[in-house]
Design a protein around this ligand. Structure first.
Ligand code: F3S
Length: 387
């Protein structure tokens, strides 16, 4: 491949992977079973990034393993309703078309694991997007580093990745024990715990004790938050995650930190304020079908006046529409969008002033982008949107 026997596109992809492997001291390459590719929003790619993708498609880049796509900057159908400009939409369509030409599934979601892209435990994959990486490593027990858009595409095209980092047992050992000394009652508590953990540990591997019995949604928000605040790519949960039993055998001499209720509250107080004109957002990471159902139930009989925005994948959207959840949210004056989210959409251009969210990851980026931000539970978001 490196010598160009399979064409220029494959040669370029392989050059990137070899360089990456050399930087990280990888001994060899290993096959990957799938890829999840980030760097999709035209907001971040601009014309230069879009042209680069088109060039790759033109050169003949084609995926040889299953590859799914992260969120774009807009709902690919309802973009005008979102307030996205025709110029932006044109650029975004070019991006998606380039990926499609290369054989990438235009899933446009950060939760591919909720729509059937579920690597098996122990599988080597090349995934990007911090929450997806964290879920993949921790909850599914598959193996990926925190890849980038170009490296995931290169792995999709070659079917290979350098063998280093979280792909090896030695780097999946716990870095610190996190003793949770409070009952985690809501999904927001799990999100806060993730955020506090990332701040405390950086990118060390947490081994949680006292997580209770988190559902899928709590685990996705926990991982999203600790990946954002600290760069965590893998966590173990005693009695919860598939490698926790193995990890428990590597706890000798591992330092312990304790997280209490006060730490969770302090994290929120430090991060946010009280925005005067927020848009209320649900769906970071993208909503599961259960979250769509819960939101639909909560908004019954309310008048949301277009202020509640719900983000999900097109896969979940289809199921939620069949079950009547999309219609229930829209009838109450909420909006439901696919393919995009509150972080990768061009919010300024869309006229947003402030953000209220039930996600520490979403809240973190909202603050970083200069928006007045509030973080609260789903039911309070619905109440807020209804005035
Ligand atoms: Fe997903 Fe966007 Fe949040 S990509 S994790 S919904 S910032």
């Amino acid at each position: 491949m490196l010598e160009g026997e399979e064409g220029d596109a494959v040669r370029k992809a392989m050059e990137l992977l070899v360089a990456l492997g050399e930087v990280f001291g990888a001994g060899r390459l290993t096959p990957v079973e799938s890829a999840h590719i980030s760097g999709v929003s035209y907001k971040n790619l601009g014309d230069a990034g879009t042209e680069w993708l088109e060039e790759q498609a033109e050169l003949g880049s084609r995926t040889r393993v299953r590859a799914t796509l992260n969120p774009a900057g807009m709902d690919m159908e309802k973009w005008a309703e979102m307030g996205v400009s025709p110029g932006f939409a044109k650029g975004q369509v070019r991006v998606i078309e380039a990926f499609k030409r290369m054989g990438v599934e235009p899933t446009c979601t950060c939760t591919p694991y909720l729509i059937g892209h579920v690597p098996r435990t122990g599988a080597q994959v090349a995934w990007a997007e911090s929450n997806a990486v964290c879920f993949c490593n921790s909850v599914l027990g598959a193996r990926t580093n925190r890849e980038s858009g170009p490296t995931t595409l290169a792995s999709a095209v070659t079917g290979l990745t350098p063998l280093y980092g979280y792909r090896l047992d030695e780097n999946r050992r716990p870095g610190k024990i996190v003793q949770v000394a409070t009952e985690l009652e809501t999904r927001l508590d799990y999100s806060a715990l993730g955020y506090v953990t990332g701040k405390l540990l950086g990118n060390a591997v947490p081994y949680f004790r006292g997580l209770g019995r988190p559902d899928i949604e709590s685990m996705k928000t926990l991982g999203a938050a600790c990946a954002t605040s600290g760069g965590v790519a893998l966590w173990h949960g005693e009695g919860v995650t598939p490698e926790a039993g193995w990890a428990a055998g590597h706890l000798d001499g591992v330092e312990e930190v304790t997280v209490e209720r006060g730490d969770l509250e302090e994290a929120r107080d430090r991060l946010v304020c009280d925005p005067s004109n927020p848009t209320y957002c649900v769906g970071c990471p993208h909503c599961s079908l259960r979250e769509m159902a819960e939101t639909a139930e909560l908004v019954k009989g309310r008048d949301l006046g277009g202020r509640l925005w719900v983000f999900t994948s097109r896969g979940v959207y289809g199921e939620a529409a069949k079950a009547g959840h999309v219609q229930a949210i829209e009838e109450a004056g909420g909006r439901v969008y696919r393919d995009t989210c509150m972080v990768v959409a061009p919010l300024r251009e869309m006229g947003w002033e402030g953000v209220a969210t039930n996600s520490f990851k979403g809240g973190h980026y909202s603050v970083a982008h200069g928006f007045e931000t509030e973080i609260t539970t789903l039911d309070r978001l619905v109440e807020g949107a209804a005035g």
